[in-house]
Write a protein that binds this ligand. Sequence first.
Ligand code: ZN
Length: 474
Amino acid sequence: MDKQFVSQIADIETDFPQWYTDVVLKTKLVDYGPVKGTMVIRPYGYAVWENIQRELDARFKAAGVENAYFPLLIPMSFMTKEAEHVEGFAPEVAVVTHAGGAKLEEPLAVRPTSETIIGHMFGKWIESWRDLPLRQNQWCNVMRWEKTTRPFLRTSEFLWQEGHSVYATGEEAEAETLRMLALYREFAENVLCMPVLTGRKTEKEKFAGAVATYGMEAMMHDGKSLQSGTTHYMGQNFAKAFNIQYTGKDGALEYGYTMSYGVSTRLIGALIMTHGDSRGLVLPPPVAPVQVVIVPIAQKKAGVAEACAALSEELKACGVRAKVDDSDNSPGWKFNEWEMKGVPLRVELGPRDIENGKLTVFRRDTCEKGEICRENAAARIKELLAEIGAALYRKAETRMKERIVQAGSLEELLAGVDGGNFVRAGWCGERACEDRVKEFAQATARVLDENHTGKTCVCCGRPAKHTVYFARAY
Ligand code: ZN
């Protein structure tokens, strides 16, 4: 029974793509929608998203950002106002041409991102320097038509947050771009227990319409990179396209400087592929929908159900997300089910435990069993959850550090990414060399390392202007 259950998931080491598909479907995080490229986020997956949302939203609010909501539909004329922006997004935009049984006078874009409509509204609201900075965020869905899709990683519709700010000066807007990158990094490390590389993107990889894009990249189980969040400094590109102007202290009319930042349901894919193992999901305690599952042993015996319920209530009162699995399945079946679903801690509670005043605990991250005293169980379980989070981070950090290699030539770079590594290498700054790396090794420049030590370009051998992390990416 046990073996059969585990064998439902493909082997993580030999068939990682199938492992991912099996895990997301069988743990009921997600299902495919009827329209190709769409996903249904099921309650277990949505609960993870709600925890991500709650943690991030609190951080935005603490930073002084306000939430708002802007419309899904954007006049097509807005999309074309910023030349690079329209060029970058045109292939992915879904357009509404008919509504109410008639052809529309102007086609409407289903938002792929909201710089244009928010720029339009900000232009209307901002009058003087007193209105700045203006900093708003929205939690919403966006649509980008994709040819090849995978749940959470790439779907035509996904959920995200997009923050947009206007400042009087470029320095302030750039500083906010870096501040939000740091906020994402702190969130990734402490809430997702996921180490990341952060840094500036190359011109080729930047957001359409931005002056500079910064990214947060995480290393997945197979050594590929997943872009997990981006922040963009727009300079005055969008301010000029949407007339975001203010009257300065000296009475002169000036254009503002804008920036934006976003993370999406992709983060759920990042979590799965960072922490998962051969048994399935391993969820970090801060975002796990169920942090502690209590499995009754010999649950029909007198006192067992009551003892489980009492422990669950005690944990909930301490802010722990606990659940008793009192279904009719066997304990062994329940163990497998909750292990596959990645619950950080399992408590087994039967007549013998009650008699001894002990609880049997199982840590999902190490798959080790231990014993704790019933007396101060809630406090000890909270400690264990914190230990699990820290251990998950350390494990992922060790893997990332071990798998960053240096390369001095294209051959070395290829060998590096073939071996499932991130490759750190010098780069002259020329687009032609970046394109050649892509062609030769199917690897892209993920972020620039601000600690620039590269001597020569990995491709052409000329002096290096930057040091780049190259990787294959999702
Ligand atoms: Zn070069």
